[in-house]
Design a protein around this ligand. Structure first.
Ligand SMILES: C[S@@+](CC[C@H](N)C(=O)[O-])C[C@H]1O[C@@H](n2cnc3c(N)ncnc32)[C@H](O)[C@@H]1O
Length: 294
């Protein structure tokens, strides 16, 4: 065996970032971290370096550039042209239909029956899916809501917002591969999806029916910025979004959620999130489910 072949050649991912084909220095990564925090609230730790490298390198290639410093300079000088692409590259959009299914059981068994009583006069229900990603969350809420409303006519809407423009486009289109529809109850699939637009089993896709789509409005919104909504919400879902935010950003955000919720309104958060030490305006009413108290 030759000496050369006995020595393990470093794989691409083991090579220092500053020595790769598209070099990224520590200073470049610090600039990326700062921009991410300022523009989205997302805090990028060292453990995210490899992931961020591979996502941003795609933008660098697309722009025909050769290193991160030049890209960051371009980004800072041309925010109108590049900031959206940068933001879309740094967000993490993992989601699924009926994720954390106990939340939807609670909606069906407790929240919606309560609202149908409480809102008998106005017939108005407003729900916000904040950080909705590709739409699986707001569509799961809307299916649950529609099932509870039955044939009764209500002024019921789900607002679905995200910072990432790509995921919003996916949500609006409402087309999902069979793989993503996965283990959903076949009755629900039959009721709320149409079609099969595909040639092969792998890429076969179904589309959400227009009646369900019409309950949802997908809007671009940065949770850190202004909120243009006028009315209050009965329910807010903000799940698996604040894990990337600092405690101070979380405090401010949950305070704003309390203010925009109706009295006794409900807040659903992600499985690894907690309001402990973050907000005293809610009481716990279930696993990662809260009710506004003040
Ligand atoms: C991991 S996904 C969670 C999706 C869904 N809520 C769920 O739990 O399945 C987090 C989403 O939050 C969005 N997000 C991150 N920072 C945001 C911000 N400052 N404003 C609005 N959305 C943000 C991301 O773009 C991403 O789509």
């Amino acid at each position: 065996m030759s000496t050369m072949s006995a020595i393990k050649q470093p794989g691409k991912s083991e090579r220092p970032f500053a020595e790769r084909e598209f070099p990224m220095t520590d200073k470049d990564f610090d600039r990326i971290k700062l921009l991410a925090k300022q523009r989205s609230g997302i805090e990028l730790g060292e453990h995210k370096k490899e992931m961020i490298y591979s996502r941003i390198v795609r933008r660098i290639r697309a722009l025909g550039m050769t290193d991160f410093s030049r890209y960051l300079q371009y980004l800072e000088e041309n925010p109108n042209a590049e900031l959206t692409n940068f933001i879309n590259a740094i967000t993490t959009n993992l989601t699924s239909f009926f994720r954390e299914s106990h939340h939807f059981d609670f909606l069906r068994q407790t929240v919606f029956p309560e609202l149908l009583q409480k809102k008998k006069g106005s017939h108005r229900i407003r729900i916000w899916s904040a950080g909705c990603s590709t739409g699986e969350e707001p569509y799961s809420i809307a299916m649950t809501l529609q099932d509870c409303l039955g044939r009764e006519r209500w002024d019921a809407r789900v607002l679905a917002t995200d910072l990432d423009t790509n995921v919003l486009a996916h949500g609006r289109a409402g087309v999902y591969s069979k793989e993503r529809i996965g283990n959903m109850d076949p009755q629900l699939v039959k009721k709320y999806f149409i079609g099969g637009s595909a040639q092969t089993a792998e890429n076969e896709a179904l589309e959400i029916r227009d009646t369900l789509k019409s309950l949802i409005k997908f809007n671009h919104l940065n949770l850190l910025g202004e909120w243009p909504m006028k009315g209050k919400f009965d329910v807010i879902f903000c799940r698996n979004v604040v894990i990337y935010f600092s405690k101070d950003t979380q405090r401010e955000l949950f305070d704003r959620y309390a203010s925009i919720l109706e009295p006794n309104g409900y807040l659903f958060i992600g499985h690894s999130e907690s309001l402990h030490g973050v907000s005293q305006r809610f009481e716990s009413v279930g696993r990662t489910i809260y009710r506004k108290v003040k």
